[in-house]
Design a protein around this ligand. Structure first.
Ligand code: GDP
Ligand code: MG
Length: 441
């Protein structure tokens, strides 16, 4: 799905003239790709109409970057598709909530429900975990291990075979113990089977959950809609969590899952560890879906331009998420060293889309140099800070004066910094780097 959407956008961007035909070709291809992924016809049609409304080619004055406007419209519409228009149930600390996890075997339920519990524990909740998976041998042990590691109370049984019975026992016990967030893990099957859905219905009926979360592997692709819908038809799914976003899959299935369940994605799983868990944010998600912010090519390139002995240090800094202005400065230097900016474009869509529009290489290069001049007027303390809030009015004025630029330019530069810092923060691929070195990519 994502490949086709990206391909369609790329084709439109490569077209010599962006006219009605190029736009239609692009939109038709995207429409076909979405429909084939079983995103509802209504949704897809709406998206197409909206884009055409936004992108009124005839009204666009010459000089407008039509390619960019179209791309942005597609981006916005995809974000909208990820928004079902309502938020998920949020557990309260004043009364116990029951949250039921459902999904196929291997989707990541057991892992994710511990992450969910741990996340809320850090926010001051008193979570507890109940293992109602009697299907898979070792299910209880797995949950027990996870729960113990996170110091979260758990309940389960090695002998009882009725999942609904265990679930109720666990929920009742933890209600008595004044837990405010009781999370029930369920079993899955390798396939969507009637028996699984019947079991989920029974567990849900017995535990009366406040929220049912559908856990979905990011890599299931085409099957997403049907799978999500099947669960939605047996239990009242109210939220979606997409797991394994640290892998290669871009998670296009999320669009279908949202459409099928009419529920929002609330978190994404980004690794096997307890805190590899992030609040879902549509923008970076779509960005990745469209192939932006894919940094592996960039990192490869960095490997060529950053001297070997400096690589570990850079990775160390990046993996801690402190994208300071000094790092930005160094990266700008790297970009300038990479040679023709045109070549860099293909690797850095995230940076380039806004900062370096295609066809404006000279201006972009000048802009980078200008930003660097402004940073030259910063103190060491400022350069090493990763908090843009330290830049108050007088500091901004001092930097502007020192570099011979105007205040709004300094503010632009700081905005750019914030945008890049956010992007770097989101790049979980970098987590991989923590474990190895660059050459493992
Ligand atoms: P369940 O059958 O739905 O309970 O799935 P599990 O929680 O047992 O997860 C199946 C496998 O996927 C395990 O090996 C997990 O470690 C792994 N897993 C779950 N979530 C993630 C994730 O976000 N990233 C990665 N890399 N692995 C995950
Ligand atoms: Mg499990």
């Amino acid at each position: 799905l994502c490949g086709r959407i990206t391909g369609a956008i790329q084709q439109m961007k490569n077209a010599t003239i962006v006219d009605e035909k190029a736009l239609n070709d692009c939109l038709n291809e995207i429409t076909r790709a979405l429909l084939q992924s079983d995103v509802s016809f209504h949704l897809v049609k709406e998206m197409q109409t909206n884009i055409k409304k936004i992108v009124n080619l005839e009204d666009l004055a010459v000089g407008h970057n039509k390619r960019r406007i179209i791309e942005q419209a597609i981006f916005c519409e995809l974000c909208k598709m990820l928004d079902p228009g309502k938020s998920a149930f949020a557990p309260k600390k004043t009364k116990p909530s029951v949250v039921l996890f459902v999904g196929l075997q291997g989707a990541g339920k057991t892992t994710t429900c511990t992450k969910y519990a741990y996340y809320h524990q850090k926010k001051g909740y008193k979570p507890a975990l109940v293992c109602a998976d009697t299907f898979r041998a070792g299910a209880f042990d797995q949950l027990k291990q996870n729960a113990t590691k996170a110091k979260i109370p758990f309940y389960g049984s090695y002998t009882e075979s009725d999942p609904a019975k265990i679930a109720v026992e666990g929920v009742d016990r933890f209600k008595k113990e004044n837990c405010d967030l009781i999370i029930v893990d369920t079993s899955g099957r390798h396939k969507q089977e009637a028996s699984l859905f019947e079991e989920m219905r029974q567990v849900a009926e017995a535990t009366k959950p406040d929220l049912v979360i559908f856990a979905m592997d990011s890599s299931i692709g085409q099957a997403a809609f049907e799978q999500a819908q099947a669960f939605k038809q047996s239990v009242a799914v109210g939220a979606v969590i997409i797991t394994k976003m640290d892998g290669h899959a871009k998670g296009g299935g999320a669009l279908s899952a949202v459409a099928a369940t009419k529920s929002p994605v609330i978190f994404i799983g980004t690794g096997e560890h307890m805190d590899d868990f992030e609040i879902f944010d549509a923008k970076p998600f779509v960005s990745r879906l469209l192939g932006n912010g894919d940094w592996s090519g960039f990192v490869n390139k960095l490997q060529e331009v950053v001297p070997k002995d400096q690589q570990p240090e850079l990775l160390e800094k990046l993996s801690h998420g402190n994208f300071t202005l000094r790092i930005m400065y160094d990266q700008f230097q790297n970009i300038l060293n990479m040679g023709p900016l045109k070549e860099v474009f293909s690797m850095l869509p995230g940076i380039c889309a806004e900062m370096m529009p295609e066809g404006h290489e000279k201006e972009s290069q000048a802009k980078i140099k200008r930003y660097m001049t402004m940073m030259d007027s910063m103190t060491n303390e400022e350069l090493d800070s990763s908090n843009p809030k330290v830049f108050n009015g007088s500091k901004i004025m001092r930097i502007a004066r020192g570099s011979g630029r105007i205040v709004t330019e300094v503010m632009d530069m700081l905005e750019e910094y914030k945008r890049l810092a956010t992007m770097w923060g989101k790049v979980k691929g970098l987590k991989m780097l923590e474990k190895g070195n660059m050459s493992s990519l």
